[in-house]
Write a protein of this length. Sequence first.
Length: 273
Amino acid sequence: MASKRWTNEERYAALKLYFELEFGQFHSKNKSVIHLAEVLGRTPGSVAMKLCNFASLDPTLERVGLKNVSAADRELMARFHNQPARVIDEIERAIDRIDFQRNQLRGVTDTELHQNGFRDANIDFNVSGRKTSTMRVREERLNQGFFRRAVLSGYHFQCCVCKTKLVRLLEAAHIKPHNEDEMYRLRPDNGLALCRNHHKAFDEGYWTLGLDLTIEVDARLHRLAKHDPTIADLFLSYEGDKISEPFRYLPSQEVIDWHRENTFAKLEPTFLS
């Protein structure tokens, strides 16, 4: 019996799940995999295989791709790498359509859709042909949410510097600010999973990444550490260490170089006088 062909919408749904899970979770026993399989009317094994296909296509890692990966999977991953904002928007629209179709099959009424928090993406209130401010806000929120999940799951939900796993203290930091480069704005290889302290310090240029993803600290912090021992604990103790690498989308050397040239050690680290 021939296997059921994957539709584009199903691929989008699987790609979204791929970026929400860690590598060791791409199996048929995972609850999220089982749930998506039920939504799509597929077997958990089929969904798990699709996730493994996407993992083999990561263009930022030196891996040999699986031989049975479809051309459509390759094309989708390539487009995500080159046009992440557009693909993320397509993913969210596909999820909306899948939700809508499921609710229609279940006979859910319009009132129940709103009570259940059904998203408004399929309803276009803009008669001018231009995007409304509401839609722009929604897209920005969804895009940033996608970026956060993709980065944090890639780093196994821990700060890549101090290894803390307190999720509420973790943030997805942009290496190159999101307003500086549209292509890298939402790509996971422009992200680091950092606790709030190390995120803010990175944005201020107190530390950066050197060769082989080692931590390089602004030399002026050594002087300040004589007056504040927490500086040694928070930053100097990690100097020369290698960050914990993500299992997918290693930090791009291009954006690391940008941070070193434009942010690192550019501001004078001072105490409040």
